[in-house]
Design a protein around this ligand. Structure first.
Ligand code: MN
Length: 275
């Protein structure tokens, strides 16, 4: 009898582990899919890719250090900012259009974008993480900034050619902490940016397209596999802010790190081919 109880307990535990496993990796059962939005952009301007800002939208005093972003954007004259999810610290639930606009306006001001500065902000939301839940592309202005809230994935076609797919990254592994552990373990075995590469194949992107994500809070660029991670600006359990961003400037892709005192270091630079 006790033996049977043990067997039942073990079977139950295995079922729970299997359920959590399938829950964490949505692409296995595809119990939901990523929506993909495409934009055709010209490459006469620079673009910044950034993620995991985790702006505390309920706390007006928080996030002052994020103003270095606004300064950098103005100094570099960047007119396109692409945010790969976790822009705000919120919960993944539906909110009214009015509340969404107010929340994003607060976040845009927190990162120090001047009110008179024109910029297009593409905010790609996560599908399960800290971003509010939206079901379709939403467009509105915050001061002089044009904001596009895009749920799921954004493909930026540069000069009519597909070049960048921007996504938060939770679709490949929902739990952010577990994702960072998985990428660390994979890196030990020589497979850097493993989840980025996995997601690229899950989405079915061609080898030429760059996949840019966040989520793991671990920055990196792999030009051979054309995947990159923006890092993070918010501290989380066992994961500290890397204060990094990716700057696309015509023929190059740079991973930059903010060192404080207004200075930035180039951690990585690679050439990209844009026809
Ligand atoms: Mn995050």
């Amino acid at each position: 009898m006790i033996m049977l109880l043990w067997i039942l307990l073990i079977v139950l535990a295995l079922c729970v582990v299997l359920a959590l496993f399938l829950w964490n990796f949505p692409w296995i059962l595809r119990y939901y899919t990523l929506k993909i939005f495409k934009y055709d952009i010209k490459l006469d301007n620079k673009a910044i890719f950034i993620s995991d800002l985790h702006v505390n939208v309920n706390d007006a005093c928080d996030g002052r250090f994020l103003r270095v972003l606004g300064e950098f954007i103005v100094n570099e004259n960047v007119k396109r900012l692409v945010i790969a999810g976790d822009f705000v610290n919120f919960v993944h639930k539906s909110i009214s259009r009015d509340r969404l606009e107010k929340m994003i306006a607060q976040a845009v001001r927190t990162i120090g974008i001047p009110k008179n500065y024109y910029i297009e902000i593409f905010y790609v939301t996560s599908t399960t993480s800290h971003d509010p839940k939206v079901s379709e592309m939403i467009n509105f202005s915050v001061d002089n900034a044009e904001v596009f809230v895009i749920p799921g994935a954004l493909i930026l076609e540069v000069n009519g050619r597909t070049k960048f797919c921007v996504v938060h990254g939770d679709y490949v592994s929902r739990n952010g902490f577990l994702s960072s552990i998985l990428n660390r373990i994979a890196a030990i075995f020589g497979r850097k940016l493993y989840l980025e590469r996995k997601l690229k194949s899950v989405i079915g992107l061609d080898a030429e397209t760059w996949l840019i994500m966040g989520h793991t809070h671990m920055p990196g660029v792999d030009p051979a596999n054309r995947v990159a991670n923006c890092g993070s600006w918010g501290s989380h359990f066992a994961r500290y802010a890397t204060r990094t961003l990716i700057l696309m400037d015509r023929g190059s892709l740079k991973l930059l790190k903010n060192l404080g005192n207004g200075s930035w270091a180039t951690i990585y630079k690679t050439r990209i081919v844009i026809d």
